[in-house]
Design a binder for this molecule. Structure first.
Ligand code: CP
Length: 325
């Protein structure tokens, strides 16, 4: 049963574990259908439906993969890529008023905005479903879903996943998250999502950019083991996943503050020399300097496959929220 119909997705906590699993299954079905060449039948599912993407912050992957997903499902897209300057927000229009307008123009809204809580504000205004595509340092729930989907598929050769159709079980994982864990919304949503399973986290960050305490407390309450460190190398020795994040330049008060942390973690093939064999190297992208290009050719460099998986996850979300599956 599709319980996502007509629902908002603001936080990953809006979804139960069963609902997360059903989205992952639906995404896999879309990936398989496209691989089998079923483009035409897939493109009938959301014919006559409209998606509006309203982005007040830059994006390559999230906006374009939502739009790719909607187009692959046969729907149409209204897109505002620079809403801060090219929408009436520049004239002072509120999110509430914007939502009251957009509900008449599209069947589902996808918004990115620099303010934490802004997706909730849009959802409270608009009568159509809203998907949070990143609200400041808050959350990025569709990214967490595509990250889970990727982790399931990036198991090391010979991993227990081999006996489950090639999928890596999420129970028993050790996930090292590295970088700007304070400001990085992807790690906030992914930590919350992974805590549905029995996982161990290593949160690796400078003390000033540590994972917020409310998230540490939340995942611990759900039974996760949490290690906190400033050195990534020891964590990589036993981690199944190294999830690297960018230092979020746009969240710092001054360029000087940012420069204190720029380049603090740089993953190279040499850094990974003693890492657990098969460790999946993930990154939500964009990267700046935190993963050297010499890592790109490693078999376990998963970040471009991770970005590709965003299309299947967003197809699943749109189809389920609009009641097409
Ligand atoms: N991962 C991610 O959110 O990428 P974009 O900022 O390019 O959308």
């Amino acid at each position: 049963m599709n319980t996502l119909y007509n629902r908002d997705l603001i936080s990953i906590d809006d979804l139960t574990k069963d609902e997360i699993e059903s989205i992952l299954v639906q995404a896999a079905e879309f990936e398989q259908r496209l691989a089998r060449g079923e483009r035409h039948s897939v493109a009938q599912l959301l014919r006559d439906y409209l998606l509006a993407t309203i982005f007040y912050e830059p994006s390559t992957r999230t906006r374009l993969s939502f739009e790719s997903a909607m187009n692959r499902l046969g729907g149409r897209v209204l897109s505002v890529a620079e809403a801060k300057t090219s929408s009436s927000a520049a004239k002072g229009e509120t999110i509430y008023d914007t939502g009251r307008m957009l509900e008449s123009y599209a069947d589902v809204l996808v918004q990115r905005h620099p303010a934490s809580g802004s997706a909730r504000a849009l959802a409270d205004a608009a009568a159509v479903p809203v998907i949070n595509a990143g609200d400041g340092t808050g959350e990025h729930p569709s990214q967490a879903l595509l990250d889970l989907y990727t982790i399931q598929r990036e198991g090391a050769a010979g991993s227990p996943g081999a006996s489950r159709g090639g999928l890596r079980p999420l129970d028993g994982l050790h996930v090292a998250m590295v970088g700007d864990l304070k400001n990085g919304r992807t790690v906030h949503s992914l930590s919350r999502a992974l805590s549905h399973w029995k996982v161990e986290f290593s949160f690796v960050a400078p003390p000033e950019l540590a994972m917020p305490q409310d998230i540490v407390d939340f995942v611990r309450e759900r039974g996760a083991t949490v290690n906190q460190a400033t050195d990534m190398v020891p964590a990589f020795k036993t981690a199944d996943v190294a999830y690297i994040t960018r230092i979020q330049q746009e969240r710092f008060a001054t360029p000087e503050d940012y420069m204190k942390y720029k380049g603090v973690y740089v993953i190279t093939a040499q850094v990974l020399k003693d890492a657990k064999p098969g460790i999946a190297i993930m990154h939500p992208l964009p990267r700046v300097d935190e993963i050297s290009t010499d890592v790109d050719t490693l078999a376990n460099a998963a970040y471009f496959r991770q970005a590709r998986n965003g299309v299947f996850i967003r197809m699943a979300l749109l189809a389920m929220i609009l009641g097409a599956v």
